[in-house]
Design a protein around this ligand. Structure first.
Ligand SMILES: [Fe+2]
Ligand SMILES: [Fe+2]
Length: 221
């Protein structure tokens, strides 16, 4: 009886988790100007090794970006706290992806980066405070796109990977919100215009063909 009640609670918690994930995904889909192309989803399913290796890279890079911001803006208290938590979570995700890779016999190796992040960062302003605001907005787009890709991949994945990606939705969606809130908080002007500009750049980055398949690439040629 007690065991059954325990199982019911676990199942309810799982459904609540899914609902939270689905609610956040509609906010993210409204934020992004386009869906990930179906051709990218198909390439991801044909490149399971590259998908996981590059996913691990992305988690590491996300932690690195958060730490860079912490060193660059030591006087900004909210940024310090939010980026510290974010960096810890991204490194935890890195450990989780690499543990799944190890289980599957996939060796971690160096992979070249896709053009996606460069395509966004090339438009960031160089003078402060524009530099900070743009970096935060770009961070919001990268997190939002990661979240959307996890969500789109879930129905096609095996149980273990599907559950793992489901578990990532909530934290990646919160990272997206944190970046966006910080951008507004540290900007003296409304950020909507800048967000709209990067939304268009992000759409172009996703719809431009890339040489190789990567977690954030466009469709590989
Ligand atoms: Fe992550
Ligand atoms: Fe994240």
């Amino acid at each position: 009886m007690l065991q059954m009640a325990g199982r019911c609670i676990l199942l309810t918690l799982f459904y609540i988790e899914c609902l939270i994930g689905f609610e956040m995904i509609s906010e993210i889909e409204a934020f992004l100007l386009c869906e990930t192309p179906q051709a990218w989803i198909e390439q991801a399913l044909h490149h399971p090794e590259e998908l996981l290796i590059d996913h691990a890279n992305c988690e590491k890079k996300a932690a690195g970006t958060a730490l860079t911001l912490m060193f660059r803006y030591a006087e900004k208290e909210d940024l310090q706290q939010k980026m510290s938590r974010l960096a810890r979570e991204e490194l935890r995700h890195f450990e989780q992806v690499t543990a799944i890779m190890k289980k599957r016999g996939i060796r971690y190796r160096q992979l070249s980066a896709s053009e996606y992040a460069k395509r966004l960062h090339q438009h960031a302003r160089v003078e402060e405070p524009g530099r900070l605001i743009d970096t935060l907005i770009i961070g919001a787009f990268i997190e939002a796109r990661s979240c959307e890709r996890f969500y789109r991949l879930i129905p096609h994945l095996d149980d273990e990977l599907g559950k793992f990606y489901q578990s990532l939705l909530k934290s990646e969606a919160r990272h997206f919100q944190d970046y966006l809130k910080l951008a507004q908080q540290y900007s003296k002007e409304p950020v909507e215009e800048r967000v709209a500009f990067f939304a268009e750049q992000e759409r172009l980055a996703v719809l431009t063909a890339d040489e190789k398949f990567r977690f954030h690439s466009g469709v590989a040629e």
